[in-house]
Design a binder for this molecule. Structure first.
Ligand SMILES: NC(=O)c1ccc[n+]([C@@H]2O[C@H](COP(=O)([O-])OP(=O)(O)OC[C@H]3O[C@@H](n4cnc5c(N)ncnc54)[C@H](O)[C@@H]3O)[C@@H](O)[C@H]2O)c1
Length: 244
C-alpha cells in the first residue's frame, strides 16, 4: 500500500489515463476525488466525484474545499484532463487555440493553484501534471496542443522551484501515444486513419503504443515516497520517442 491514508485529486478521471490512475491510487490505499467534465461511470469504492470544466476557477476552488471538508488533508493531485484539436498552424482558429490552452494549460494552472495551500497545510505533497512527448520533439498537425503541453512542462518546473522548500514536489509525466479514446480520436481526424495509426506506431522506437497501466505505474512512482528526491522532472513514458 504505497499511498495508504493519502488523499488524491485526479482530473480527467472519467476516461483513459486519469481513470486508470484513479484506480491504481485507490488500490494503493488512497482516498480519491475524481474530476471530469463527463459523467464518471467507473469509480473506486468510496471515491468522491465532481463533474465540471477544469478551466473554471470557481469549480476548482469549490471542489478542493469539498475534498478538504470531507477528508481534511490533501497529498496528491494529478491533472490528466486534456484535449486536442489536431491541425497545423494555418488551420487552427483563434478560438481553438484559446480552448486548447484553457483546458490544458490553464486547467493545470488552476488545479495546482487551488490544491497548493491545502497541500502545504498537510505537510507537503506531490503534484503530477500530464504533459506529452510532443513538446520536446515538436509534432505534426498539433500546433496548439504541442504548445499548450510545453506550457505545462514550464509551469511544472517553475512551481517545483518555488515550492520545494514547502515540501511540495512537482513533476510532469510525458506519455507517448497511449491507447485511449483520445488517441483514437486523433487518428479519426486524419485523412487516412489507418496510415496515421501506423505512422504513430512506427515513430516509437518500441513500435507500439503505450498502455494506461504503464502510465499509471509511473504516476504511482511520482505520487509515492518512492520518488522522494524527484522534483521538477519530466518522466518520459513514451517508448523512446525522444531518444532518436
Ligand atoms: N493518449 C495519448 O496518446 C496521450 C499522449 C500524451 C499525453 N496525453 C495526455 O494525457 C491526458 C489524458 O489523456 P487520455 O488519453 O487519457 O484522454 P481521454 O480523452 O481518454 O481522457 C481525458 C479526460 O479528460 C476529460 N476532459 C477533457 N476536457 C475537460 C475539461 N475541460 N474539464 C474536465 N474534464 C475534461 C475528458 O472528459 C476525459 O474523460 C491528457 O492531458 C492528454 O493530453 C495523452
Amino acid at each position: 500500500m504505497r499511498l495508504k491514508d493519502k488523499v488524491a485529486i485526479v482530473t480527467g478521471a472519467a476516461s483513459g489515463i486519469g481513470a486508470e490512475v484513479a484506480r491504481v491510487f485507490a488500490s494503493e490505499g488512497a482516498k480519491v476525488a475524481l474530476v471530469d467534465r463527463d459523467p464518471i461511470a467507473a469509480s473506486p469504492a468510496g471515491a468522491l466525484m465532481f463533474q465540471g470544466d477544469v478551466s473554471d476557477s470557481a469549480f476548482a476552488t469549490k471542489t478542493v474545499a469539498e475534498v478538504m471538508k470531507a477528508w481534511g488533508r490533501l497529498d496528491v493531485v494529478l491533472t490528466a484532463a486534456g484535449m486536442s484539436v489536431g491541425k497545423k498552424l494555418l488551420e487552427t482558429t483563434e478560438e481553438e487555440w484559446d480552448r486548447v490552452f484553457a483546458v490544458n494549460a490553464k486547467g493545470t494552472f488552476l488545479w495546482l493553484k487551488a490544491t497548493l495551500p491545502p497541500m502545504i497545510a498537510s505537510g507537503g505533497g506531490s503534484m503530477i501534471t500530464v504533459a506529452s512527448q510532443i513538446p520536446l520533439s515538436g509534432g505534426r498537425n498539433t500546433a496548439s496542443y504541442a504548445s499548450s503541453k510545453g506550457a505545462v512542462i514550464a509551469l511544472t518546473k517553475s512551481v517545483a522551484l518555488d515550492y520545494a522548500e514547502d515540501k511540495i514536489r512537482v513533476n510532469a509525466l510525458a506519455p507517448g501515444a497511449i491507447d485511449t479514446p483520445f488517441l483514437h480520436r486523433s487518428f479519426k481526424r486524419a485523412a487516412d486513419s489507418a496510415a496515421a495509426r501506423q505512422a504513430s506506431i512506427d515513430r516509437h522506437p518500441m513500435k507500439r503504443f503505450g498502455t494506461v497501466e504503464e502510465v499509471a505505474k509511473a504516476a504511482l512512482f511520482l505520487a509515492s515516497d518512492d520518488s522522494s528526491f524527484t522534483t521538477g522532472s519530466v518522466l518520459m513514458v513514451e517508448g523512446g520517442w525522444n531518444a532518436g
